[in-house]
Design a binder for this molecule. Structure first.
Ligand SMILES: Nc1ncnc2c1ncn2[C@@H]1O[C@H](COP(=O)(O)OP(=O)(O)O)[C@@H](O)[C@H]1O
Ligand SMILES: [Mg+2]
Ligand SMILES: [Zn+2]
Length: 583
């Protein structure tokens, strides 16, 4: 008997029995196929599934890595399969050979599709199987004319060797003089102008797609260009291998780094103008075994939405947060991993509570949002301006409200506590999984429990969930089991159930076929009540503390996430993957 996909995945060591069982449960709860659940839970990679299907169906595998997922340029393949058909059916023409046409598809066992193709083209169809995300990127690369990226980036450049590593060519890749204006094409002659155009094209494309990070790296065989959008990385048309080092040199020049230094990591920054806004980019170059890896972070926070009502707070959570912030002194902690939106929330809170009668100061690493009327200080540990040292000198500046970017060490922890006890309101962040985790973390950093209990005003945690694309999401009814689980965990009244409407992600051109567009924060917000204070004196046990903190009816991250799902803002899968059940 032929092996199933799952059997092949296990045989190839890509899947464990334990994960399989979890996925079976997930698939029953979500009414999804087993493979969908394996993917949703992150237990297998799309690539592994495609490779396994390739084995199972005896259909060859096409990917960027093996170089096959690359349409022949000179065969007018876009006349043979037009863009609309290709995108609707997720099929990409690869090459023609005599009377046969090679295509890549996600599901080459789709006989209907193959028959249609055969009729449409009059050619024998030779299918290859490709992983979905790679196929989508390949479709963009092949069809998209408005995608300046693929046009410019994949352009073959002549006389490359002249430019690389030669001093005289530096003029050609531009200088760090004026601010780079992406709305105007920089005019520089020579081979170097190709790289300038490539860099501009990559930056423009990234800004258009609301990208937060750009990753450019070399692997053994291939170049990878990836964009982070709403937290996930997506492949984009990479530049040719021989252009990578000139592109990195161009970025180094823009950010005034040493272009000759290729063995040590370097950090820098530069700014570009785009659609009349100035956008700052942080640059990190790091040597890897295959060459330098470049990561650009786009700090587009100047125009960032700091409207507290748009972040994602539930009304009661917002009220609790603002009430704690109105206290004359005390400690407020917002927890969550990097990228969960903490800085954005705290800046929005400051913007909301700011009044001219009070003195606000921030100590950050680095300063991300520029806030009017607030003294913001960037820590510089190299010259001794650490969080702790900054806080000490702050206290002589007579602040009322202090934002401390992050508490990482016991010295900072102590300083924050001291500031809170001497009549200041201190807001800060910690990297813990849940809000309550702030309490044992502070105690572990050497803070006296009774001092903490008396000064702690509020602990909160947050995550970001992706918002379903409003253009393509479709309503559906989840299974009874799911509904019951949600009812149990969401802590909403029974009467609310009538109003629930769930949506599923689909994917359309507006969301680049992702099915989601943008994100919203979900929170857990616990005001420190007497029960919690008394528990802090006694123990740092999480379960005890959690019980005390929720005794007033406040709900956790998971419940907040469900509240977004029952209103069709996000999907059930997204809730499951971003938050954990407390059981
Ligand atoms: N409430 C929100 N809704 C949508 N996007 C957000 C929200 N909060 C933050 N972001 C985005 O998420 C990214 C990380 O946010 P940031 O505040 O820097 O997180 P952290 O400080 O936890 O590392 C940024 O690109 C930011 O624009
Ligand atoms: Mg931050
Ligand atoms: Zn869409």
């Amino acid at each position: 008997m032929p092996k199933t996909l799952v059997e092949i995945l296990i045989e190839q060591g890509k899947l464990t029995q334990e994960n399989l069982q979890k996925a079976e449960l997930h698939s029953r709860q979500n009414d999804s196929s087993l493979i969908e659940s394996l993917l949703a839970l992150g237990f297998v990679k799309e690539e592994d599934v495609a490779i396994a299907s390739s084995k199972q169906l005896s259909v060859p595998y096409a990917s960027f890595e093996n170089g096959i997922l690359n349409s022949e340029k000179d065969q007018n393949l876009n006349d043979i399969i037009d863009e609309k058909f290709a995108r609707e059916n997720l099929v990409l023409p690869l090459f023609m050979e005599e009377d046969s046409l090679a295509i890549a598809a996600i599901d080459p066992s789709n006989v209907l599709l193959l028959d249609n193709l055969k009729m449409m083209t009059g050619l024998e169809i030779q299918p290859f199987i490709a992983p979905k995300s790679q196929l989508l990127a390949a479709l963009d690369k092949f069809y998209s004319k408005k995608d300046q990226l693929s046009d410019v980036v994949s352009e073959k450049v002549n006389e490359l060797n002249e430019v690389e590593d030669s001093d005289s060519s530096l003029d050609n890749i531009g200088s760090a003089g004026d601010k780079l204006d992406l709305d105007k094409e920089t005019l520089v002659g020579g081979a170097g102008s190709h790289y300038v155009r490539m860099v501009n094209a990559i930056l423009r494309q990234a800004m258009t797609e609301r990208v937060s990070d750009i990753h450019l790296e070399l692997f053994d065989e291939r170049v990878s260009l990836r964009f982070r959008i709403d937290g996930s990385l997506y492949e984009r048309t990479p530049p040719p291998r021989e252009a990578v080092s000139a592109i990195i040199s161009r970025i180094k020049i823009l950010s005034r780094l040493d272009i000759a230094e290729k063995r040590l990591p370097q950090d820098g920054s530069f700014a570009v103008k785009f659609h009349n806004r100035t956008i700052e980019l942080r640059v990190s170059v790091c040597p890897t075994v295959f060459g330098e890896k470049l990561v650009l972070r786009i700090l587009d926070k100047g125009t960032g939405d700091l409207n507290i009502d748009k972040l994602g707070f539930e009304p009661r959570q917002k009220r609790d947060f603002l009430e704690a912030c109105a206290m004359p002194h005390g400690l407020i902690f917002l927890t969550g991993p990097t990228g969960s939106g903490k800085t954005t929330t705290l800046n929005a809170v400051l913007t909301t509570i700011k009044t001219p009668e009070l003195n606000y100061m921030t100590l950050e690493d680095p300063v991300e949002y520029k806030l009017a009327g607030i003294s913001q200080v960037q820590v510089k540990p190299q010259i001794g301006l650490t969080f702790a040292a900054g806080l000490r000198s702050f206290l002589r500046q007579d602040p009322d409200v202090i934002l401390v970017g992050e508490v990482r060490d016991s010295e900072t922890a102590e300083s924050c506590l001291k500031a809170a006890m001497t009549g200041h309101l201190v807001l800060s962040t910690l990297h813990t999984n849940e809000a309550i985790g702030a309490i044992p973390r502070m105690i572990d950093m050497g803070v006296e429990p009774f001092l903490l209990a008396s000064s702690l005003a509020l602990v909160a945690a947050q995550r970001l969930v992706r918002v379903l694309c409003p253009h393509c999401k479709v309503p559906y009814i989840p299974t009874q089991e799911e509904l019951d689980l949600i009812y149990k965990e969401a802590m909403l009244p029974e009467s609310d159930r009538q109003t629930w409407t769930f949506f599923k992600p689909v994917g359309c051109p507006k969301c680049n076929n992702i099915g989601y567009q943008g994100r919203k924060a979900i929170y857990e917000v616990f005001k420190i009540n007497d029960a919690t204070r008394n528990t802090i004196y006694k123990t740092k046990d999480l379960i005890e503390l959690r019980k005390a903190a929720t005794s007033g009816g406040a709900w956790n991250l998971r419940a907040s996430a469900w509240r977004k799902a029952v209103r069709g803002i996000t999907s059930i899968e997204e809730v499951m993957s971003v938050t954990m059940s407390e059981e």
